[in-house]
Design a protein around this ligand. Structure first.
Ligand SMILES: [Zn+2]
Ligand SMILES: [Zn+2]
Length: 348
C-alpha cells in the first residue's frame, strides 16, 4: 500500500421491502456481511420510513445508510437522495428536488441517467431528462439492473436469468461522456449502483425468487471509498455516515465490477514536484507531473483525459507522464472486460 488511507467497499442503490425489494433491511445487511461488504446505501422509492424506524447504523459489521429514490410526476428523473431527515413534498420538478436536497444539507445522485431498455413494453426506461439542473452531486455511471434489462431480449432472457453476472459488461458511453463533461466545470462524483427493482421478480415468473438474489447482486458493481480516518464502528454510526458521504462528495472513490476480481487496493494518484494527491483531488501542473496507478493484479489501464483515452499501459504498478492540465481518470480492463473506473483528478 502506498498511502495511509482506509478503504471501504459497499453497494449503492438498493431497494428493500420498504418499497419494491424482496427482503427486509436487516436480512439484506446480513447477506452483505457474508460477502464481505462494509456499507450499504438503501434507496427505497419515495420513503424515508427506514430512517424513522431506526434502520440506520451498524448491522453484522455493515454500515447501513438510508436515503430514498425520488421521481417526478411522470415517474422520470430518478434521484438518489441521502443525509435527509424527512422526505421532500412529492412531485416537485427535478430542478426543485435537486436544489431542495442541497438546501437541506443532503447529498444527491442522478440514477440510471441514460436508461434505454426497450425489450419489454411493460417495463419502460426511466432516464434523466433535465440536464439543465447543475446542482446534483453525482451520477450513477454504472447501473447493474439497467444494463441487464437493456440487453434483454425474448431470446436471451433465460441465459440472462441464469447468468446475471455475466451480462454486466460496461457503463454506457453517453453517460461517461456527460460525466466527463460535467467534471470539466466542477466535481461530480461517479458511483456504481445495483438497483434491485421489484418488477424484475415479477417479469421472471417462475424463477422469481431465486434469480436476483441480493447475494448475487452484491458481487457485481461495487463502490470503494477511501477515507483519512477509519470507521468508528458500532456506537458512532452518525460519524461514520458523515465520513462515507464526505468521501463520495469529494470523489474519493472508484467503481469495480467484482465479477472480474476483487479491486481492493486499487489506487490512482497524481504527483508534481512538491506533492502527491489522491483520487478526487486537484493538483497544480508542473513539468514533473505524473500519475501513479496501482492495481491488486495486472490489468490493461486506459488513461482518460477530458473524456478521451490518451494512453494505454498494462501492469500492476504504472506511471503515466502528464504533459498538460486536464481532467484525468483511469479505466482498468481485466481480460478485456471493464473492471475498475476511477473518479477524476483535476490537473490545473
Ligand atoms: Zn430508478
Ligand atoms: Zn431504484
Amino acid at each position: 500500500m502506498h498511502d495511509q488511507l482506509h478503504e471501504y467497499v459497499g453497494v449503492i442503490h438498493i431497494h428493500s421491502t420498504y418499497s419494491d425489494g424482496s427482503r427486509p433491511i436487516p436480512e439484506i445487511a446480513h447477506i452483505a456481511s457474508e460477502v464481505g461488504l462494509d456499507y450499504l446505501m438503501f434507496t427505497d422509492h419515495n420513503t424515508l420510513q427506514p430512517k424513522r424506524d431506526g434502520m440506520e447504523g451498524w448491522y453484522h459489521g455493515v454500515l447501513i445508510a438510508t436515503g430514498y429514490e425520488i421521481n417526478d410526476a411522470d415517474d422520470l428523473n430518478h434521484y438518489l437522495a441521502f443525509n435527509l431527515d424527512t422526505e421532500l413534498p412529492q412531485h416537485l420538478k427535478p430542478s426543485e428536488y435537486v436544489r431542495e436536497v442541497n438546501n437541506q444539507g443532503g447529498f444527491g445522485i442522478i440514477a440510471h441517467p441514460d436508461e434505454k431498455r426497450s425489450a419489454m413494453k411493460k417495463y419502460p426506461p426511466y432516464p434523466w431528462t433535465v440536464w439543465d439542473s447543475k446542482d446534483y452531486h453525482g451520477i450513477e455511471i454504472w447501473n447493474q439492473m439497467s444494463e441487464w434489462m437493456e440487453g434483454l431480449t425474448h431470446f436471451n432472457k433465460f441465459y440472462r436469468v441464469m447468468h446475471p453476472r455475466r451480462s454486466i459488461i460496461a457503463p454506457m458511453e453517453e453517460t461517461l461522456e456527460k460525466w466527463d463533461q460535467a467534471n470539466q466545470n466542477r466535481k461530480v462524483v461517479g458511483i456504481g449502483g445495483v438497483d434491485a427493482h421489484g418488477h424484475i421478480y415479477r417479469l421472471l415468473g417462475l424463477f422469481h425468487i431465486t434469480i436476483f438474489r441480493y447475494k448475487v447482486l452484491f458481487q457485481t458493481i461495487r463502490t470503494h471509498i477511501l477515507t483519512d480516518t477509519p470507521f468508528a464502528g458500532e456506537g458512532d454510526h452518525e460519524k461514520d455516515l458523515h465520513n462515507l458521504y464526505e468521501s463520495l462528495r469529494n470523489c474519493r472513490c472508484f467503481i469495480s465490477n467484482h465479477y472480474c476480481g476483487d479491486a481492493r487496493g486499487f489506487r490512482f494518484q497524481a504527483e508534481n514536484k512538491t506533492q502527491r494527491v489522491e483520487i478526487g483531488s486537484e493538483l497544480k501542473f508542473d513539468k514533473y507531473t505524473h500519475i501513479h496507478v496501482n492495481l491488486p493484479q495486472s490489468a490493461v489501464v486506459h488513461l482518460v483525459k477530458d473524456g478521451k483515452s490518451i494512453s494505454v499501459q498494462k501492469g500492476e504498478s504504472l506511471v503515466f507522464e502528464i504533459e498538460e492540465p486536464g481532467c484525468y481518470r483511469v479505466e482498468a480492463y481485466y481480460f478485456e472486460r471493464p473492471w475498475i473506473f476511477s473518479n477524476h483528478i483535476r490537473i490545473l
